[in-house]
Structure formats: structure tokens, C-alpha cells
Design a protein around this ligand. Structure first.
Ligand SMILES: C[S@@+](CC[C@H](N)C(=O)[O-])C[C@H]1O[C@@H](n2cnc3c(N)ncnc32)[C@H](O)[C@@H]1O
Length: 193
């Protein structure tokens, strides 16, 4: 897990880890990385963050305080960590997990089936920058450790506002630059997750 970019260049290029690549290339590169790690992603997340990602995700839910009956769209939702927590806390509701990488969703769907949560979840392959949903469709939009992977985050945010109902909530969980360079170091040891 790590930091990707801070400043997005405006010349048709973007960051991919520590590399600069053409904007059109980034989604394919991101997809390649996550396809190759999908079956190990949950384990790697625990190992690489020493389990801390769970605390951050729980804290996100504390802020969000899901309510019964709400509908969630979790973008870049991967294997479903946020959606599972949301449904747990809401009691009942519906969650749609959207991700660019099908293999990540396949892993998530298996987890949902094992935990008998399948009925409250949809798994959709798609791009954060062009969501396949009507305007005003969801109560809550989340994106956890995903926005840094999106080629044009501003387009993803515009899409978030389009699909959220009036009064809906948007929550972004992401790394940021730490003030102490020694603390920043462990967060940057791998460029692309
Ligand atoms: C680090 S994983 C985060 C997964 C999950 N949200 C979590 O917190 O564990 C990043 C995910 O973002 C997805 N992703 C990257 N770019 C995306 C895009 N433009 N639209 C949708 N998903 C994207 C990747 O396929 C990957 O599953």
C-alpha cells in the first residue's frame, strides 16, 4: 500500500507509482496490478498494514454512522471491505461495489457468499470516472484507498455528486503526506497498491 501522486500533471500524462505514464495507459496498468494480486489482496493488506487498515475502515464507518435502509455505492470497492462493514452497521440496506478490476470483485463475491450476505450486495465492473448509474441513485458514496488510482480524480468526484441523492454523503479514505518523513517512509515502500 502506498502513496501514488500528489500533483496531477496537466499535459496528458499522469502518475503511476513513481512513473509518469500517458493518461490512457494508467487504467490498464492499475487493472494489471490488481488482477495479479486479487487472490492475495486481503492477506497482503493485513500484512503490509499490520492490520491497521481495519482500524481505519472501522473509523470511517464511525464517521459515516450508516442508517437502516440506506443505499451505498462503494467505488474502487475491491473485495468489499467497506460494503461489508456498511451493511453490518446499517442492519439492513443495500450496497453496490464497483471496481475496474473484475478479479477483485470475484474475490469479494466469494466472501459475501461465504458470509451469506450476497442478497444485499451488487458487484459491478466499471470506472469511477463514468459510473453506469442514474442521477440521484445512492444515499452514500465511499471510496477507500482508491482515489489515488483514478486517472482524473476530479472526474470521479463529479460522478460521485451526480449519482448521490440530495443530502447524500461522500466519504473518501486515503493516505496523505505525513509531516514527519520517517513516518512517511513505510507508506511508500510499494508504489502501486
Ligand atoms: C487499493 S485497492 C482498494 C480496495 C478497497 N477499496 C479497500 O479499501 O480495500 C484499489 C482498487 O481501486 C480499483 N480502481 C482503480 N482505478 C479505478 C477506477 N478508475 N474505477 C474503479 N475502480 C478503480 C482497483 O481495481 C482496486 O481494486
Amino acid at each position: 500500500m502506498a502513496e501514488d501522486s500528489q500533483d496531477t500533471p496537466r499535459d496528458g500524462t499522469t502518475h503511476f507509482g513513481f512513473e509518469t505514464v500517458a493518461e490512457e495507459e494508467k487504467a490498464g496498468r492499475v487493472q494489471g496490478v490488481f488482477t495479479s494480486v486479487a487472490s492475495r489482496y486481503d492477506l497482503m493488506n493485513d500484512v503490509m498494514s499490520a492490520g491497521i487498515h481495519r482500524i481505519w475502515k472501522d473509523a470511517m464507518m464511525d464517521w459515516l454512522a450508516p442508517r437502516p435502509g440506506q443505499t451505498l455505492l462503494d467505488v474502487a470497492g475491491g473485495t468489499g471491505d467497506i460494503a461489508f462493514r456498511f451493511l453490518d452497521r446499517a442492519g439492513y440496506g443495500h450496497a453496490t461495489v464497483l471496481d475496474l478490476t473484475e478479479s477483485m470483485l470475484v474475490e469479494g463475491r466469494s466472501r459475501a457468499e461465504a458470509e451469506k450476505m450476497g442478497g444485499a450486495l451488487d458487484w459491478v465492473v466499471g470506472d469511477a470516472m463514468a459510473l453506469p448509474f442514474e442521477n440521484n441513485s445512492f444515499d452514500v458514496y465511499t471510496i477507500s484507498f482508491g482515489i489515488r488510482n483514478v486517472t482524473r480524480p476530479e472526474d470521479a468526484l463529479a460522478e460521485a455528486f451526480r449519482v448521490l441523492r440530495p443530502g447524500g454523503r461522500l466519504m473518501v479514505l486515503e493516505f496523505s503526506q505525513l509531516p514527519n518523513p520517517l513516518m512517511q517512509k513505510p507508506m511508500t515502500f510499494t508504489p502501486s497498491m
